[in-house]
Design a binder for this molecule. Sequence first.
Ligand code: NAP
Ligand code: F7E
Length: 331
Amino acid sequence: MQKRAFITGVSGQDGSYLAELLLSKGYEVHGLLRRSSSPQHSTWRLEGILQDRFKLRYGDVTDSPSLLRHLEEVQPDEVYHLAAQSDVGVSFRVAEHTANVTGLGTLRMLEALRAVCPGAKFYQASSSEMFGVSSPPQNENTPFHPRSPYACAKAYAHHTTVNYREAYGMFTTSGILFNHESPRRGENFVTRKITRAVAAIQAGLQEYLYLGNLDARRDWGFAGDYAEAMWMMLQSSEPEDFVIGTGEAHSVRDFCELAFTEAGLDWQNYVRHDPAHDRPSDVDYLVADPSKAQQKLGWKPQMSFGELVAEMVRSDRERLRRFLENESHKK
Ligand code: NAP
Ligand code: F7E
């Protein structure tokens, strides 16, 4: 029988890859979309999806009645809860909003599930940011030490997900995902900020790239590979939490070096420090120990760090080329 999935955060980077993956597996996919003053802007990542089996539904994770109504109507087999205020730097500026969306949003989803479709399998998008300054490599047993309002909200959501499994016997799982990127990554995250700047600098449209902490090390993988891990987690017979990452760390400086080299440029000529991008408290070193996922799910990342950086640079150069071509036609 055809399976039905419900995805919150479907318009985000991960939501778009996951929707494509589930459609390719024959699912009927329902995505929660929040209202925007420019809908075409918020659905750009979904433009390639032309499928009868894909339906968008207006709602918001701060609005319980909309969640209850959609879940009751859809009666999904699987629920992927990806919606969040996901920008760590911004969370210091909108801490209460972040707690409401990223923390309480999960509680609202779980309560709605418990009320109208308690048998559905639930995926919570937990984050390596919850580990904060805990020693690397981090695995499922590493203690949390959140360093931002975002990480605090994710830790709350994570514990709530575990509690609904223990208290009500629901199939609720958390994927503790390390950073994952792609050409669809939001423009404010450091990887996309760098690859867009490489394209603009190479085209002579930008002089410098201003960044904050270049020493931070992250475990960067490809978002498409991580969508596969989310799906695998919900195919398990028992609900469990998994760390998902590549097991390899690189600094922001390494990312700059590789991305500029990809375009034949020396990063040191273009990257400048701007303290405005430093965070009140940052996370220095995150690298996954993904052995549980490898052993129990058989999950492995497919794209290497070098391929990821090259693909993001290539994509941003191509996007800029198309943009400039369109602009010249308008003249
Ligand atoms: P993203 O690109 O920022 O997408 C976030 C999604 O949440 C967007 O669809 C956004 O809608 C939606 N959203 C925000 N506020 C909402 C609200 N109040 N009601 C309903 N929807 C709302 O994030 P991502 O990179 O795809 O990440 C997906 C999830 O994984 C997030 O929960 C993130 O915190 C978590 N995570 C991400 C990473 C990573 O490295 N990417 C790692 C670990 C965990 P709009 O499009 O309208 O803004
Ligand atoms: O920062 C440093 C910054 O914003 C990475 C989210 O998807 O992954 C992401 O969170 C590092 C930090 O990602 C700039 O200080 C330097 O140390 O790309 P980011 P993040 O904070 O790791 C986790 C797993 C999530 O769950 C989150 O949702 O780069 N950095 N200069 C900068 N970062 C930004 N954004 N901009 C800079 O100019």
